[in-house]
Design a protein around this ligand. Sequence first.
Ligand SMILES: [Zn+2]
Length: 272
Amino acid sequence: MIDRFTYKETEYANALLENGFMTKYENYEMSLLCKLWKETGLPKKEARQNLLLFCELYSDDYDEMIYYSKINRVINKVYNKDLKLAQVDYIPIYKHEFDFINSLDYPHPYKRLLFAFLVIKKIHSVVWSINSGESKLSGLVSGDKKQFKMISEMAHLKGGKKESIEYMIYDLSQDGLINTLALAQVYLNFIDILKEDTSEEIIRVSDFEHVWMYFDFLSEYNRAGRVAICQECNKPMIVKDKAPQKYCTECARRISNRQKLEYKRRKKSSVF
Ligand SMILES: [Zn+2]
């Protein structure tokens, strides 16, 4: 399942600080907090203290004995190994990458899938470089169910016979764009081809829940209304009416409130 914190671990950790535990995966969320504290330079001892307080405050079934060893395990793992938060702000897409996918003679869902594959591999490359210091864009995709489900969601595939990722991969492998390997792994040949070229950046994919919408935006695909990109937060949105929309509802509200406040301030200062 993909959500707004997928590959946004710094944002996730900050949200935890504000809200307390957010899922049942307490160990994972504890390790995110530790990584955040470690990255801000907090010593191990103080991180342990913080985590104890956090659990005491937010865990429903807090028990000192149980949590003491739980916390030690998490702290040691994060502080002894060089584990960093996997925060990917955005993925740049270059003109030649989009042009290549868009020019293929395939139905639109296939192009969305290839675009999602490109984005996920670029995300993996960034995460790899966060931990190892070097970027490595490879075409290899492990075909486990979780991974395929995430890519299907990024591409907004409807499933069924027509839009099942497995069927579509089979079709794409007929043209050599993708190679199917043993153990359900696939190799994205087209990524190796794209890697050899350079061109200008045309969009930044930052909302990983809606990767397909960036592709629709670029290709001007229109089925249930067109896609626009918010000029403030870079999130894609569906616009049903013809009037051009610059901002998403959230940003529009914030900007309008800010303007009202400024107007009031100006009015007030002109009185005196
Ligand atoms: Zn916005």
